[in-house]
Design a binder for this molecule. Structure first.
Ligand code: 5GP
Ligand code: ZN
Length: 110
């Protein structure tokens, strides 16, 4: 399957990986929209977060747990952060491999 994030998971496309777990991977967004902008993905391909939730609810928990751990590692737990799952074209999703955006490091505007 021609999927950008599957290729990052497999190592075929390089990424700045900040967490490599059993079932989740976290890496820096190539075009950061905040001082800390990290993507957390399941290693198995699902097109979006709702599909992950339907197929493997525990895996959604692991994505959020990973984000919390990465936030702590990045030193932004105290200041706070935002977690976003853009879903579908109207939701702003452009890469159709489920991913959680972790945004932090500034007072987010909305
Ligand atoms: P979406 O718009 O689907 O919610 O988020 C996709 C994100 O992937 C965007 O924030 C975009 O900057 C990021 N992105 C796109 N291509 C690459 C890439 O090759 N490497 C990394 N690390 N991030 C990417
Ligand atoms: Zn994929």
């Amino acid at each position: 399957m021609d999927c950008l994030f599957c290729k990052i998971v497999s190592g075929d496309i390089p990424a700045d990986v900040v967490f490599d777990g059993e079932r989740t991977l976290a890496f820096r967004d190539i075009a950061p929209k905040a001082p800390v902008h990290i993507l957390v993905v399941p290693k198995v391909h699902y097109p979006d977060a709702a599909t992950v939730a339907a197929a493997d609810p525990a895996l959604v928990g692991e994505l959020i747990t990973t984000a919390g751990q990465v936030a702590a590692d990045q030193g932004v737990s105290e200041g706070g952060y935002r977690m976003i799952f853009n879903t579908g074209a109207d939701g702003g999703q452009t890469v159709f491999h489920a991913h959680l955006h972790l945004l932090a490091g500034t007072k987010l505007p909305w």
